[in-house]
Write a protein that binds this ligand. Sequence first.
Ligand SMILES: [Cu+2]
Length: 134
Amino acid sequence: MSRTLRGRLLGAALMLLVAVALASCASGTENPAVVPTTAEGYPIVNQDRLRFIPKKLTIPAGQTVLFRNSETAIHDVLVDGVNISGNMRKGDEVVYTFESTGTFTITCSFHPQMRATIVVVPPESFTPVARVED
Ligand SMILES: [Cu+2]
């Protein structure tokens, strides 16, 4: 095989790999940035390393979100200042359904640095790709 042909084949193989990688991102299944969901399809917001992860989430109105404390520090969940969880220990979870559209600030009363934003949009203008924002 000539060096030139081998180079072309290598180039074609690399192009194919890039195409496969892009296709898997588009489907969302391989994209590590996609927010994990429960079996019911609820997006999961984790409390971990004294942060909410993700720190920004876009959802359609009527969507239920699950908040989970994944670390030993005690946390709670406030939606626009309203405590929806009480104290949460490691492994504790709370679900909350965002019925109305708008931008909601998520905080923890124990850790002022913990802040997240949940943007609730009309279901007809929601696309799953728009859900993930860092
Ligand atoms: Cu906290």
